[in-house]
Design a protein around this ligand. Structure first.
Ligand SMILES: O=C[C@H](O)COP(=O)(O)O
Length: 249
């Protein structure tokens, strides 16, 4: 059995108001009773503090942070601010920011380094477009993205990698288990070439249309240590079966 605990993370993206804190509470209650799985929720920034205040024992994360420590960056939020609001982790490099906000590997790496320095654990996302996969270039592209986005140094217990093929996000078009296993093996090898044996400690999550029906098969696959879940994390009724699937492995 792997020494890596399963890790199930919900990313609410730009969804949720204080009316939805009850959903988070229901998720946190099940998470606290599931001692073999780590669970976290990443709500929009406006909900980090109210969620952390209400659910003190639960792991709450941000969805992004700025790479600078502080300064004149209107509309941005720093890692230290997230930490101050009660966050324990942050997602960096999500494709919706790489593609939608023009974030380069260098920016993603700087964000990861800032977050770790300011006390947040990091989930670093990588993934290829449909055009890249169709061209047969997915593995080269994603491993290069990882190599260029990794912090210069890091504690392997504080970093997780999320492989999210862009074409699988929010589409219902989940990657095949074979493709996920092949990509995760390549990511593990990339990590090993950088940090040696410690690569075995880093959790590799899959993201892209994970739901209660497909989670068990994905989470049982080699090197799949968890899931980064979007749409199916918005309600307890959809998210809990994914946590339960992880706990059953
Ligand atoms: O961060 C989460 C991913 O982008 C997956 O989103 P999804 O589960 O809605 O496909």
């Amino acid at each position: 059995m792997s020494e890596r605990r399963k890790y199930i993370v919900g990313n609410w993206k730009m969804n949720g108001t204080r009316d939805d804190l009850g959903e988070a509470a229901a998720i946190a209650e099940v998470a606290s009773a599931t001692d073999t799985v780590d669970v976290a929720l990443c709500p929009p920034a406006t909900l980090v503090a109210p969620m952390a205040d209400r659910l003190a024992e639960f792991s709450i994360g941000g969805q992004d942070c700025h790479h600078a420590e502080a300064g004149a960056y209107t509309g941005s939020i720093s890692a230290a601010m997230l930490r101050d609001a009660g966050a324990r982790l942050v997602i960096v490099g999500h494709s919706e920011r790489r593609e939608g906000c023009g974030e380069s590997d260098a920016i993603v790496r700087a964000k990861a380094e800032r977050a770790l320095a300011d006390g947040l654990d990091v989930i670093l996302c990588v993934g290829e477009s449909k055009a890249i996969r169709d061209a047969g270039d997915a593995e080269r592209h994603v491993t290069a993205q990882l190599a260029a986005s990794l912090p210069a140094s890091f504690d392997s217990a504080r970093l997780a990698i999320a492989y999210e093929p862009i074409w699988a996000i929010g589409t219902g078009d989940v990657a095949t288990v074979e493709d996920v296993v092949a990509m995760h093996a390549a990511l593990r090898a990339t990590l090993a070439s950088r940090i040696g044996d410690d690569a075995a400690k880093i959790r590799l999550l899959y993201g892209g249309s994970v739901n209660g029906a497909n989670a068990a098969e994905l989470l049982a696959a080699a090197n799949v240590d968890g899931a980064l879940v979007g749409g199916a994390s918005l309600t307890a009724v959809k998210f809990l079966p994914i946590i339960e699937a992880a706990a059953a492995i």
